[in-house]
Design a protein around this ligand. Structure first.
Ligand SMILES: [Zn+2]
Ligand SMILES: [Zn+2]
Length: 576
């Protein structure tokens, strides 16, 4: 299993020093009539004078003859723009104490500061102030509210504000689409983007990049192509951000030559563009192409980063290029001064393990300078499962259950390992343990784009499927049996009767999506399926045969890599 790089947190942690006083004041303000003016007015004067002195600019209004809302707004904006978010808030709360009423120009900057400081409760109270001052019809204030709620992960609240907005501009649409994408709600992002297109607003480069990212995750290929055409027809710049987003989209839809064309057409490329290209090649099983791109990148004097080496090690891993992988792993520190992080170790364990060098992989885990996390042990366990090494596998699972007792994937890997050794009683014990601890396995979920719409299929036993899909599945099974298919139930972790196992296997989400695609998609078109979990052995065999019997090209992106099926074989050469 490939250890995925963990993205940095999107938002900074909560600010601990802010809460009680500001909150109390804001709650009071939002829910009661304003307090009488007091000595706060002079403290505000001092605060603002100080602000002006520290801000080092002369663009702030002079305040010698009294302060008003405009003055405070200007000071808040200046603090927010210079990243002094706490000061922004301080001016605002003091402004309230001095009974200077905020207006619609106060809130956009203030809400931005609250979002940056990550204090959701405070954000809610300020929303109360927005309503109280009647600023809730202002497009800029509402857009700032949408962004703020999204940054707190409160997407429901954000979409509520968005839906109620009396007026929206392209920045508001963009804020909501970006919010969905950042909160990994790609389907909603995609739908909203389609609505935005319908509203006739022009798309900015920022919106295009955000929408492409949603398409990449969903595998919404035709929408992605549409955006590319839009970029060209509207003469939007193919800058480094747009170009990199396009490369990523094409790669994640498994269309490598288009990704490469975009890359060649980009006049300016940075390390992110190269990384998108190399990671794309690696995921699509074109390890050699990734390695060649790296040589070019070094020749063009672009400095690689940690992500570059993750892509390269992943390329080696998928291709089984052990010596090359070892060389790169050593070279990243010796030649480029990049210390391997835990993700790189995870990749190396994966590389060695899959090649059958299980002892060496284990040795690397015990000797590495950082403490192995779940992903590293899982890489070893997955290799033990493929290679059938029960001893090391059990060792890995003990570590895993210790580190991540709530992760259902670990139990499934163990059950599969035991099933492979036909230890059915132990498989039963694992399943009991899962029930006792309330651990659930993520349900498999696959999506396929047909007629510009993304259709999703979830594996749920016993759910009534549409007649046409069931009929297609049955027909496929009949035809494939003639071509020599026998359901590979060995890896099914269910302790079921043979026939039941076969039934459960037939309803794996990617098989449902495939049947749907064969019925509904245009005849002869390539079927593109995205799956949230790793493809199982049986589905892999099944897809290979379908590509031969039905003469269809099928591209599957699972959570680890791509499989390009055609003519009865897969691009991964059965090594995944
Ligand atoms: Zn399957
Ligand atoms: Zn494959």
């Amino acid at each position: 299993m490939r250890a995925k790089p963990r993205p940095p947190p999107l938002f900074p942690p909560k600010h601990p020093t802010l809460r009680p006083k500001c909150l109390h004041l804001l709650h009071t303000y939002a829910s009661s009539p304003p307090p009488p003016a007091s000595s706060s007015s002079s403290s505000l004067q001092r605060l603002i004078n100080l602000s002006i002195r520290f801000s080092g600019t002369h663009s702030l209004p002079q305040t010698q003859h009294g302060i008003d809302t405009d003055t405070c707004n200007a000071v808040i904006r200046s603090h927010t723009n210079s990243g002094s978010h706490l000061r922004s808030l301080l001016v605002f709360t003091t402004m309230l104490q001095a009974s200077i009423p905020p207006d619609h120009l106060t809130f956009p900057a203030l809400l931005k500061s609250v979002a940056r400081l990550f204090v959701p409760d405070l954000g809610l109270s300020i929303h109360g102030c927005v309503v109280k001052t009647g600023s809730d019809s202002d497009v800029f204030v509402n857009t700032a509210l949408v962004s703020m709620y999204c940054s707190f992960g409160r997407v429901g609240d954000a979409s509520h504000v968005f839906a109620e907005m009396p007026e929206r501009n392209s920045v508001s649409w963009n804020a909501m689409i970006t919010g969905y994408v950042h909160n990994r709600r790609f389907r909603e992002a995609h739908e909203l983007f389609s609505r935005m297109l319908g509203s006739g607003l022009e798309l900015s480069e920022v919106t295009v990049v955000t929408a492409l990212s949603a398409c990449s995750h969903l595998g919404a290929f035709s929408q992605g192509i549409w955006i590319h055409k839009y970029i060209e027809s509207q003469g939007l710049r193919l800058n480094v951000f747009v170009g990199t987003a396009l490369i990523d989209m094409y790669m994640k839809c498994g269309v490598m030559d288009e990704a490469s064309k975009v890359f060649q057409a980009m006049r300016v490329r940075n390390v992110f563009s190269w990384n998108a290209l190399m990671a794309g090649y690696a995921m699509n099983g074109e390890g050699e192409a990734a390695l060649e791109a790296f040589d070019e990148m070094v020749m063009e004097k672009v400095k690689p980063d940690g992500v570059t080496f993750l892509a390269l090690l992943c390329a080696c891993c998928h291709q089984g290029l052990i010596d090359k992988g070892r060389k790169l792993f050593v070279g990243m520190e010796e030649e480029f001064g990049l210390r391997p992080r835990i993700e790189h170790y995870g990749c190396m364990v994966d590389l060695l393990g899959r090649a059958g060098l299980l002892e060496e992989a284990h040795e690397l885990i015990v000797t590495m300078p950082v403490k192995a996390d779940g992903a590293v042990w899982r890489a070893l366990l997955a290799a033990c499962r493929i290679r059938g090494d029960l001893r090391l596998g059990e060792l890995a699972i003990r570590k895993l259950l210790d580190i991540e007792p709530g992760n259902g994937e670990n139990y499934i890997l163990l059950a599969n390992l035991l099933a492979r050794h036909r230890r059915w009683t132990d498989v039963g014990k694992v399943r009991q343990m899962m029930r006792r601890k309330g651990v659930k396995k993520h349900p498999g979920c696959s999506s396929i784009e047909v007629d510009n719409r993304v259709h999703e299929f979830v594996v749920t036993d016993g759910v009534q499927r549409e007649e046409e899909i069931l009929a297609m599945l049955a027909a496929m099974k009949r035809e494939l049996k003639l071509a020599g298919y026998a359901a590979d139930t060995e890896m099914a972790s269910y302790d079921l009767e043979e026939e039941e196992k076969e039934m459960a296997m037939m309803h794996h989400s990617e098989k449902l999506a495939l049947a749907f695609g064969l019925v509904r998609a245009q005849h002869g078109s390539t079927l593109r399926i995205v799956k949230n979990l790793r493809m199982c052995v049986d589905c892999h065999t099944f897809f290979k045969l379908v590509s031969e019997v039905y003469q269809r090209k099928i591209v599957v992106r699972d959570n680890h890599r791509f499989h390009h099926f055609g003519g009865g074989v897969c691009s991964c050469k059965d090594y995944w």
